[in-house]
Design a protein around this ligand. Structure first.
Ligand code: PHE
Length: 460
């Protein structure tokens, strides 16, 4: 497909919202509160913000530079910039990561759809703390339901992706992202006004620095990668649709601010309500089941005396999750679709169909990991857990490290400067600092997590 026929985002704000849509997802509303709960609250948030500033923004800028300069899919981008070298494998690894994450992420996304339906039909009404674990267990182990919901989510993603960049992805993000902010703020206000909310607020705002350990830093760094959609060329692919007037530095800053804002706001929704409902921070309450076991009960308890409010808050909360998950699944699908369509020269529609069928097939096995296939283990993990572990703990950091090395060391400095300054029309006094981070700080820091997480050397 030649570059002239390639679509671009129609507006700068559309580009920012689409990239923010990719970043804002289950990582913010589900994973961030869990990590914050398990790693000491305010102190973790400070370290997390440090990681976003120090690693997230420079690597996001790198993805933008690669994508916008080449105007092609992530694997093609490396081929164009470094022909005949092995750098293309960084792009290919990214495409593989997008594929793998999409197949298991759609399973959880399907759950959010089911819980929205349960909330709408007022199913949670009158249920107590003891009922929710059983409801969740019964639901996830029902193979038909899990698989159908995953497929439904994949099909909706597919439909938006085949509509193209401007009238599919951009249009959807432009409507849904503002809606998401409004819901988020309403929910945070409701939560913060609950009696007893102060304990939750204190947890989020009063740092106890003695809680910062090596593993806190490592978790914060991993969370920053996942949450900002970094390391797999997702934002590189989106940047290939940026116009030439998009300011790369400013866009990276805006996307990172939006993503961090949503994560912190989710903390403000979840923790005051969790403490109000009398939960502790034991790992059971603030574990992976947080959204599906703890939260439905929290809404019942916290707003129990106001059934209408409890109903509205639950519906809005799960709808928020569906929207956040969908804008992220779209971005993962787009990484793979752009690759298949451009590298194997076929129409977007055909490429998207192949991707949807392939991902859904793998997704079926991930969905069944909670039911009939829960005994099928590879490396001691179910397929779902294995995909989650391998992609976020290995693929994304490895991808991020190579992206930093590629832009920091391999790319021509003038080209990098031209991209960041839009050929000298913008000022970018921060560029030297960014390049320094890309050359030294990011690869060393990420190398550190990888070695530690893979257990090659146990540093902490
Ligand atoms: N950033 C998304 C989230 O927070 C997840 C994601 C990871 C999306 C990688 C695209 C690529 O949920």
């Amino acid at each position: 497909m030649n570059n002239d026929s390639r679509e671009n985002f129609g507006s700068k704000i559309g580009a920012v919202l689409a990239a923010a849509g990719s970043a804002v997802g289950l990582g913010n509303i589900w994973r961030f509160p869990i990590e914050t709960g398990q790693n000491g609250g305010a102190a973790f948030i400070i370290v997390y913000i440090g990681c976003v500033l120090l690693l997230g923004i420079p690597i996001m800028m790198s993805e933008f530079i690669i994508g916008r300069h080449t105007h092609t899919n992530t694997a093609g981008a490396y081929r164009k910039l470094a022909p005949g070298t092995s750098w293309k494998w960084v792009g290919r690894l990214g495409v593989l990561s997008g594929f793998v994450i999409l197949s298991y992420y759609s399973v959880v996304a399907g759950w959010t759809a089911e819980y929205t339906a349960l909330a709408i039909t007022n199913y949670f009404d009158g249920k107590g703390a003891n009922d929710f674990p059983a409801i969740f267990a019964k639901f996830v182990s029902n193979p038909w339901l899990s698989v159908s919901l995953m497929l439904a989510f994949m099909i909706v993603t597919h439909v938006i992706v085949i509509r193209g960049v401007k009238s599919g992805i951009e249009k959807f993000s432009k409507v849904m992202m503002p809606a998401l902010f409004v819901i988020l703020i309403i929910l945070a206000i409701c939560s913060v006004m609950l009696p007893g909310a102060s304990q939750g607020l204190e947890f989020l705002l009063k740092p106890d620095f003695s809680k910062i350990t090596g593993s806190t830093v490592l978790s914060a760094m991993g969370q920053a990668f996942f949450s900002l959609s970094l390391g797999l060329g997702c934002l590189c692919t989106y940047a290939s649709y940026f116009g030439n007037d998009t300011n790369i530095g400013k866009t990276a800053l805006n996307v990172s601010i939006i993503d961090t804002f949503v994560a912190v706001m989710s903390g403000f929704i979840i923790f005051p309500a969790v403490f109000n409902a009398g939960y502790t921070l034991s790992s059971e309450d603030i574990g992976p089941s947080l959204l599906f076991i703890t939260m439905p009960n929290v809404f019942q308890q916290a707003f129990g005396s106001m059934p209408v409010l409890s109903y509205v808050v639950s519906v809005l909360f799960y709808f928020l999750l569906v929207v956040a998950a969908l804008t992220s699944t779209i971005s993962m699908h787009e990484v793979v679709t752009a690759y298949v369509s451009e590298e194997f020269t076929m129409t977007r529609r055909k490429a998207a169909t192949i991707v949807t069928i392939a991902c859904s097939t793998v997704g079926v096995f991930c969905a069944l990991s909670f039911g009939p296939l829960d005994g099928f283990k590879l490396f001691g993990m179910t397929l779902f857990d294995l995909f989650d572990y391998v992609s976020s703990n290995i693929f994304l950091p490895v991808g991020g490290m190579f992206i930093a090395l590629f832009v920091g060391w391999y790319l021509d400095k003038k080209m990098v400067r031209d991209e960041v300054t839009n050929n000298g029309t913008l000022r970018a006094p921060y560029l030297r600092l960014i390049v320094f981070i890309l050359r030294y700080v990011a690869p060393i820091a990420i190398g550190f997590i990888l070695i530690n997480q893979l257990g090659l050397v146990k540093l902490f």
